[in-house]
Design a protein around this ligand. Sequence first.
Ligand SMILES: Cc1cc2nc3c(=O)[nH]c(=O)nc-3n(C[C@H](O)[C@H](O)[C@H](O)COP(=O)(O)O)c2cc1C
Length: 388
Amino acid sequence: MTTKIVLGVSGGIAAYKSVTLLRLLKKSHFEVTVVPTESALNFVGKPTWEAISGKEVHSKVFQATNQVLHVKLGQEADLIVVAPATADLLYRAAAGAGNDLLTATLLSSKAPVIFFPAMHTEMWEHAATQENIAILRNRGHLVIDPVSGELTGSDEGIGRMPEPEQIHALIKTFLAKPGVKQDLKGKRVLVTLGGTSESIDPIRVITNKSSGEMGSAIVRAAQLRGATVSAIVGNTNTVLPTAERLISVTDTNSMSEALATEAKMADLIIMAAAISDFRPRQNLEKLERSNTQSIELDATEDLLLNLTNNRRPGQTIVGFAAVTSDLLLNAQQKLAKKGCDLIVGNLINDQQGFGDLQTEIILVSKSAVIESGVVTKNQAAHLILDNC
Ligand SMILES: Cc1cc2nc3c(=O)[nH]c(=O)nc-3n(C[C@H](O)[C@H](O)[C@H](O)COP(=O)(O)O)c2cc1C
C-alpha cells in the first residue's frame, strides 16, 4: 500500500527547499498532499505545488468543503511532515489551533508528525518558541533541530532547515520503523562513518569502498529516537546526516584524534566507519612507475580496542566486522578480541555490501546472535539500536 504523506509548508523562506523535498518524496513513490499555509503561498505559489504533487492544493478550511478536507487528510495520513515549520506555526500547533487547513489537519490526525523548524536564530532561541517545541515534543511529536549556516540575509547561525535530501533520508529512516519510541532520550551517541584513506605518497592513497550509508542511517535513527548525536565522518559518497557535531577526518590518525575528544562524552559509541587496518610506509616523493612493484604496509592503531580499553563505566561500544566469509565465526572472534558489547557483522559479496541500500547483518553479543535477513540499511540501523 502506498504511504500517504501530508507535506505541510508554512511561511518561511525555506519553503523553496520543500519543492525539492516534494520531488524526492514523489520519486520514492509516496503519495504526497501538500498543505501550504496562506503565508507559505507568498514564497512558493499554488501552481508549483499542484504541478509537482499532481494534486489540488488548498490552504483554507473553507475550500473543497464537500470533502471536509482537514478531517479526510488527517485521518488518511500515515505521516505528516511540516517543513519548514515557522515559529508561528509551532505556536499554533502547540496551542491546538485549527484556524487553517494545516493546523486543522494536524488536529484531526493520529498520524506521527515531524516538524522541521526554520527561522532566524533569535526566533529559534526565543523562550516562547522553545516552550512551544517542548510542548510538541512532550506530546510525542518529533521536532528536528535546525542546523547552523547561512540564514536569509547576510547573517549566519542556527535556524537553517536541513537540506531536502537530508529531510528525505530522515523520513525514510523514520518510515523504516514508524512506531519508534524516543528510547534514546537524554543519551549521547557517537557514530563513526565512511572510510579512511592513507597516503601512499603525496599524490596517492590507499582506501576502501565504504560509502558511509550505514553510519548515516544509524545517525538518523538515533536522532529520531531522541538521542543527541555526533558523528566522525571519513570519506563518504552518501547524503550526510545532520548532527550536533560533524567532525571530518581523512585517515586513521585524524580519526584517532577525533575519537580521543568525542568518545569521553558518549554513552553509546557505534564504530560503523571502515578504518584502515594498514598504512603504507611513508614515501615523501611521488613513486615513479619504475619502482612501484610493491608497497610496504604497517598495521595501524587498533582504534576499537583503544576505545574498549579506555571505556568509562556505563559506556556501550559497538564494533563492525565486514567479512568475506565465515560471518558468525569472524564476528564472534572479533567480539572476544575487541571486548566490545556488540559486533555488527556483515558479509561483503557481489550482491550486497558497501554502498548498497540493502544489507544482511548479524548482531553478536555475549548473550545472543540475531540475524537480520535482507533489510534496508535504515531497518538495520533501527535493529542495531534496538540491541544496544
Ligand atoms: C521574507 C520573510 C521571511 C520569513 N521567514 C521566516 C522564517 O524563516 N521562519 C519563520 O518562523 N518566520 C518567517 N517569516 C515570518 C512568517 O512568514 C510569519 O510569522 C507568518 O505569519 C507565518 O505564517 P504561517 O505560520 O501561517 O505560515 C518570514 C517573513 C518574511 C516576510
